[in-house]
Design a protein around this ligand. Structure first.
Ligand SMILES: Nc1ncnc2c1ncn2[C@@H]1O[C@H](COP(=O)(O)OP(=O)(O)OP(=O)(O)O)[C@@H](O)[C@H]1O
Ligand code: SF4
Ligand SMILES: [Mg+2]
Length: 331
């Protein structure tokens, strides 16, 4: 079995050409996702998580543009292959679950037919009857009671949780190698969230799919991910195993982010928030984007972009505090 990562993103840069100016949405995004691994993508709103997800599928529409970088999936660079090849990869090899399932389901087609249609698009040898049967099997695998009847329903007849299960069925029925789940449960209430995540995890391990899990919820991340990547204002600031990043964070932003998680044991304790605001993305990155909010800021942080340092084990952080440390090596 090959040890090459399934997905390797390097120096990804995405800009949006708006009337207000150029939004430097992604400046330096890099991470690797191994086979059968779940990698969590964390960071405050607007830091570029969804843009990263869309770029992986080459779905950045004007006024956005992928400026540079590489996205190597199964040995091919998604950014340089032709459109027909990308279309082939979308859905059959890489699927994406969006935050709002109802927006992604077609309101005038029965949900079972929508799941079957996904199969038919990617396997032309399949006939409609067996596609429908596989769709119903998939609904059953997702713990949907009376799946044959459920397949006959239209999206407006379903609850949010049920719609999200149908979306998961649609995205996993082709057994993709990579599932991108962009806030898959944030629109649902807490008890349903836990059920859906558990279902997703079971199914993902059955079909041996790797997952890029985007979530605001660091608790969910700790439970579902093997590795974590943390973004700040379009920059990748820390990547590594879930243990290293969430238990021994080495970037001041990650340390702050972890302090914002409510303490379940002390629910009355006031919530910590990182002081200051995220910088405007209308300016290109020329320094550490976190400098205006960082308690450890030094002069050079305001002038230079910190390199990414390889720390001990599976752990990287882009912060000058590691410069000169014997176990850190700039990449
Ligand atoms: N079509 C667009 N035009 C202009 N700017 C855009 C566009 N799409 C995204 N952006 C900008 O790119 C940046 C990253 O957005 P993105 O949606 O990836 O954030 P996010 O991390 O997914 O946030 P959230 O947690 O709220 O979902 C934001 O500053 C956003 O304003
Ligand atoms: S590079 Fe400087 S400003 Fe940025 S996180 Fe590290 S210490 Fe703080
Ligand atoms: Mg988003």
């Amino acid at each position: 079995m090959t040890t090459q990562p399934l997905l390797s993103v390097k120096n990804l840069k995405v800009h949006f050409y708006t009337l207000r100016g150029i939004v430097h949405a992604l400046e330096r995004v890099a991470f690797e996702l191994n086979r059968q691994e779940t990698l969590g993508l964390a960071g405050e709103t607007g830091c570029g998580k969804s843009v990263t997800a869309r770029a992986i599928l080459r779905l950045i529409d004007p006024p956005g543009r992928i400026i540079s970088g590489s996205i190597i999936f199964e040995g091919r660079d998604i950014l340089t292959i032709d459109e027909a090849e990308v279309r082939d990869i979308r859905g059959s090899q890489i699927s994406m679950i969006m935050q709002e399932p109802k927006m992604s389901l077609n309101p005038v087609i029965r949900v079972g037919d929508q799941v079957a249609e996904t199969l038919l698009i990617h396997d032309r040898s399949l006939n409609r009857r067996s596609a429908r049967r596989q769709a119903v099997d998939m609904l059953a695998q997702l713990g949907i009671p009376d799946p044959t009847r459920m397949a006959q329903r239209y999206p407006h007849e379903l609850s949010g949780g049920m719609s999200q299960r149908i979306m998961i069925a649609m995205m996993l029925v082709t057994r993709p190698k990579l599932l991108i789940a962009d806030e898959p449960t944030s629109a649902l209430d807490v008890t349903i969230q836990a059920q859906i995540l558990a279902l997703m995890q079971t199914l993902v391990s059955e079909i041996q799919t790797s997952v890029l899990m985007i979530t605001h919820d660091l608790g969910v991340m700790a439970e579902t991910c093997e590795r974590v990547a943390v973004m700040y204002a379009g920059d990748m600031v820390e990547v590594g195993s879930v243990h290293n990043v969430l238990k021994h964070p080495q970037h001041p932003y990650t340390q702050g982010l972890l302090q914002t998680v409510p303490d379940k044991a002390n629910p009355d304790q006031p919530l910590f928030s990182i002081e200051g605001n995220v910088p405007s993305l209308l300016e290109p990155q020329t320094n550490c984007r976190f400098a205006p909010r960082c308690a450890h800021v030094m002069d050079r942080c305001k002038r230079e972009i910190p390199p990414v340092y390889n720390l001990n084990g599976d752990h990287q952080a882009a912060c000058f505090l590691h410069d000169g440390s014997p176990e850190a090596q700039a990449v």
